[in-house]
Design a protein around this ligand. Structure first.
Ligand code: AMP
Length: 143
């Protein structure tokens, strides 16, 4: 199973922002949309970084609530790990575990084409287990 299967179910919507926006603005977007991270893009749509709720909490913890007026560029992660449509979901899980992050932007043909979160991966796993159980129950019932 690949990343493409998850995106086929959840769609290609990505919440992006620009580096000059403030943490306050991003916190409002995260709260309003019920998401945990935004992808920071440049003028040509290129990925410049990622800013998650954890970055905001970390910045507040270190420097106080005044950081909410800081620019996103000051607190985002710039070395972003991305996935491709062909990546296996197991591989994505390994990357999230090893890198200790919960979001993976998906790049397809050089363009940002979606985001896979740990929640998407867990949901997909549960559906897979459920369908295997169902198949086993049917097999036993008809044997
Ligand atoms: P998260 O678990 O996604 O809330 O992010 C935890 C930390 O990892 C934050 O500092 C994020 O900026 C960073 N991060 C999240 N996703 C990625 C990614 N795909 N590549 C690199 N860093 C990431």
């Amino acid at each position: 199973m690949t990343v493409a299967v998850i995106l086929a179910a959840k769609g290609n919507d990505v919440t992006t922002t620009q580096p000059h926006r403030t943490l306050q603005e991003i916190a409002a977007i995260l709260a309003e949309r019920g998401i945990g991270a935004v992808i920071v893009t440049g003028g040509d749509g290129e990925v410049l970084g990622i800013l998650s709720e954890r970055d905001i909490v970390r910045a507040i913890g270190r420097n106080g609530v005044g950081v909410m007026q800081d620019a996103v560029s000051k607190h985002m992660t710039t070395k972003v790990v991305t996935a491709s449509m062909e990546d296996a979901i197991d591989h994505v899980m390994e990357q999230m575990t090893a890198g200790r992050f919960r979001h993976l932007p998906v790049v397809h043909n050089g363009r940002l084409s979606g985001v896979v979160s740990i929640g998407d991966v867990v949901k997909h796993r549960l559906e897979l287990i459920e369908s295997e159980h169902r198949a086993l129950r049917e097999y036993i019932a008809t044997a």
